[in-house]
Unconditional design. Structure first.
Ligand code: ADP
Ligand code: MG
Length: 334
């Protein structure tokens, strides 16, 4: 059997923004492998570095951000070593991205089908316009949008339809990896659900890999087979999503906090428990574990020494509580 190559490898990746106050460490030393035909989730509160990492993978960093450490490989090729031509080919054909807001992607003065046709013509120089149009219709079919809407302008369509079209365009050239950055956050719950189901169906049909970014734990746990949990630019846990339950204490304290932050239906009431406090300023991070000021389990060790991610029953967890050498410190909690 041929061993499968990961679609995406993040090797000790750090990304910082230049700012007058000093570098903003938006992503710090993250590691991840994404295999073909899998969905991996990336969760964290707003400001934890998710979008920075996503744009970093696409080599679309903006606002003074740059890769300061590590490597990003797509299908074995280093994204930051590619010349402009290879990179252009890689975007759309090997990797594509769906952003939160369809508004930022769709051109308001072009019809849907014009925009789709353009993607094909830009990447398939030999293709005729007629063929590109046929392929565009096939894409509309794929996301179950009536072909007549190809003649529409974005403003004539609902938010859900626009987001489906953006997803269709991302899939146009059959990329191996699709990064979805909060693709449904701007939509209402019913539309969110139908789009998620569609992403799932499409993924099973076309076998691309997805890095699915969200701040909604329940969404990600449902969709993804593995989940990376990000806090202040670091992965504090990488875990299988099967069996993630609120009662499970065997997770990073931040993961537990996020799980409890899910709106839960208990009898007739919806209970929402948030995590007290807020994420830290990335210029002046807390010493030790960045989560310690909010952590119900923090002990003095956590304020001085940053825990490294380590294997804990198949999960990667960066927490002293899960370090056999350090766990003794916690004997008086839990
Ligand atoms: N243009 C910028 N200049 C400086 N810092 C930025 C800029 N954009 C984002 N950041 C910093 O990077 C952090 C991570 O942002 P982002 O990647 O958008 O997080 P997320 O997607 O998880 O909400 C933010 O908390 C912010 O401090
Ligand atoms: Mg974001």
């Amino acid at each position: 059997m041929v061993s499968e190559q990961p679609v995406l490898v993040l090797r000790d990746v750090s990304i910082a923004y230049d700012s007058p106050a000093g570098p903003v460490q938006a992503v710090s030393h993250v590691n991840l492998e994404l295999m073909p035909n899998t969905i991996v989730g990336l969760i964290g509160e707003s400001g934890s570095g998710k979008s920075t990492l996503a744009t970093g993978i696409m080599r679309l960093l903006r606002g003074g951000a740059h890769l300061t450490h590590g490597e990003i490989l797509i299908k074995g090729q280093n994204v930051y070593d590619m010349d402009a031509k290879t990179l252009r080919k890689f975007r759309w054909e090997a990797m594509s991205m769906v952003f939160q807001s369809a508004m930022t992607v769709l051109n308001p003065v072009m019809t849907v089908e014009q925009q789709m046709v353009d993607v094909f013509l830009a990447h398939r120089p030999g293709m005729s316009k007629a063929e590109a149009l046929q392929k565009s219709y096939a894409l509309l079919d794929l996301v179950r949008i009536a072909r007549k809407h190809g003649k529409s302008y974005p403003h004539e369509l609902s938010g859900g339809m626009k987001q489906r079209i953006v997803i269709a365009i991302a899939l146009a050239l059959d990329p191996a990896l699709v990064i979805m950055d909060e693709p449904t956050t701007a939509l209402d719950v019913v539309v969110q659900r139908s789009i998620l189901e569609q992403i799932q169906d499409l993924q099973q049909e076309r076998h691309f890999a997805v890095l699915f970014i969200s701040h909604d734990f329940s969404l990600v746990a449902e969709l993804a087979s593995r989940v990376a949990i990000m806090y202040a630019g670091r992965f504090v846990e990488v875990t299988e999503s099967g069996g993630l339950t609120v009662s499970d204490q065997d997770h990073h304290p931040y993961t537990q906090g996020l799980m409890r932050a899910i709106p839960r239906l208990t009898h007739e009431d919806v209970v929402i428990e948030g995590i007290p406090g807020h994420p830290p300023d990335l210029v002046t991070l807390p010493t030790g574990c960045a989560y310690h000021p909010r952590c119900p389990y923090a002990v003095p060790l956590c304020t001085v020494e940053r825990p490294e991610p380590r294997d804990w029953q198949g999960r990667l967890i960066a927490c002293h509580r899960f370090d056999p050498q350090k766990a003794g410190e916690f004997s008086h909690v839990s």
